[in-house]
Design a protein around this ligand. Structure first.
Ligand code: HAM
Length: 423
């Protein structure tokens, strides 16, 4: 049997990859405009980084990591996310020595052993940003407005931006206590996952997708009821700035993110049209994470968005750009003799930076013209024995259906002029 790609992974083929390039280029422009610089970290890290960073009680660490022993018996893990890696790099590469805050962005594959379904993959791609070294509400607002701007630039509509504050360890302890008291007599009615969460991480019960858990938690104390003064002031500050930035947000007091490192601001962006996996972006503040992995106390905030899901949203909303022709002209040699000269014309045109193609299978004229037509090239540059004898190139404009002979000596220059003019 032929070998197949692993479950939950994709081959990105020509025809689709252009959409990725378009999205990646738009992302890079927005990051440049906001003053963020790119960081690339290894695709695998010491397992301990994610255990300590993402948290032992999270689904990611408990069930979803691709962990293996390398040949030196070290436990390694394919990165399930990049925030922990960026914080590790911040400490290890001494980025705290640079002007603060450090504003970084990344794009690349992440790996989670999840049950694959539409919009959920085992190898998926994220674009994310992380800002380290600033704790002001201004930074939270800048990060959220960056993603908002990106979605606007892409033309996406109908987005829901949910914002919440999950508080700090002090006010979270109070919330946890109140939540456990509220659910105490109903513990047995919770789903098996939430029964486990009751002791370990009761806050996560609030965003369980199970309908009976949702009913049981109706009226439960939310983070909003228990925020300490500092967290509450911070949150109000963020909301005021988001309004100033024109971000259409909604406060969702039940929003609790699935990673342990969050403090204060947490947010998600949803597009309902793409189905059950509607979260296209998630993020928040993590003021204790750098410390957790061995650095000095450093506040941080960021988000990551799923590239596949954003592309799905662009597809559903018909916002992907039309595919443009990739080649400007096709060199069409007829007969063996013409082939060498045709090849040298092809090389000269390419040296000028003009995207040109040539048949590599020595096919006949009809097949070559058909191929040129299929690729929507503007010009067919034909060279047969007759043209060689006359020292000309036959230039056919495939859009206008006109053709004329151009002296071989000036052919490259002529084509270049047309290319520069765009016709
Ligand atoms: P996350 O919510 O786990 O957060 O993932 C962020 C986004 O990645 C999701 O909203 C979704 O669009 C996409 N995503 C996650 N899992 C999958 C999957 N299996 N298949 C397809 N797309 C997926 C984080 O990863 C945090 N590191 C975000 C962050 C950065 N927080 C602060 N800074």
């Amino acid at each position: 049997m032929a070998i197949q790609r692993p479950k939950g992974t994709q081959d990105l083929l020509p025809g689709t990859i252009e959409q990725w390039h378009y999205l990646e280029e738009t992302i890079r422009s927005v990051c440049r405009e906001f003053g963020y610089e790119e960081i690339r970290t290894p695709m695998f890290e010491a397992t301990e980084l994610f255990q300590r960073g993402v948290g032992q009680t999270t689904d990611i660490v408990k069930k979803e990591m691709y962990t293996f022993l390398d040949k030196g018996d070290r436990s390694m893990t394919l990165r399930p996310e990049m925030t922990a890696s960026v914080c590790r790099a911040y400490v290890e590469d001494k980025l705290h020595g640079q002007p603060q805050p450090v504003k970084l962005y990344y794009m690349g594959p992440m790996f989670r052993y999840e049950r694959p379904q539409s919009g959920r993959y085992r190898q998926f791609h994220q674009f994310g940003v992380e800002v380290l070294g600033a704790d002001q509400p201004l930074v939270d607002a800048e990060v959220i407005s960056l993603v908002w701007n990106l979605y606007k630039r892409l033309g996406l509509v109908g987005l829901e931006v949910h914002v919440n504050s999950v508080g700090c360890p002090t006010c979270r302890a109070e919330h946890r206590k109140q939540l456990q008291e509220f659910l105490d007599t109903r513990q047995n009615e919770l789903c098996s996952d939430c029964q486990e969460r009751f002791e370990r991480n009761p806050l996560r019960i609030l965003d369980c997708k199970n309908t009976s858990c949702q009913t049981l938690t109706t009226g439960a104390p939310t983070t909003k009821d228990t925020l300490c003064e500092e967290c509450s002031t911070h949150f109000e500050g963020v909301l005021t700035l988001l309004s100033a930035a024109g971000v259409a947000y909604r406060v969702n007091p039940r929003l609790v993110r699935g990673l342990d490192y969050y403090t204060k601001t947490a947010f998600e962006v949803m597009v309902e049209e793409i189905g059950a996996q509607s979260a296209i972006c998630g993020g928040g503040r993590y003021d204790k994470l750098v410390e957790e992995i061995g650095g000095s106390p450093t506040p941080g905030i960021g988000f990551a968005m799923g590239i596949e899901r954003v592309l799905a949203a662009l597809q559903v909303q018909n916002k992907l750009p039309q595919e443009k022709p990739k080649l400007f002209a096709m060199v069409i040699p007829l007969g063996e003799k013409a082939q060498n000269k045709a090849f040298s014309i092809l090389c000269e045109l390419r040296n000028q930076g003009i995207p040109v193609g040539m048949d590599l299978l020595s096919r006949g004229l009809k097949a070559q013209l058909k191929a040129a037509d299929r690729q929507h090239v503007r010009y067919a540059l034909m060279l047969g024995e007759a043209e060689l004898e006359k020292n000309v190139l036959l230039v056919r404009d495939l859009t206008l259906g006109e053709q004329n002979e151009v002296p071989l000596a000036s052919a490259v220059e002529e084509i270049n002029k047309k290319y520069q003019r765009g016709v």
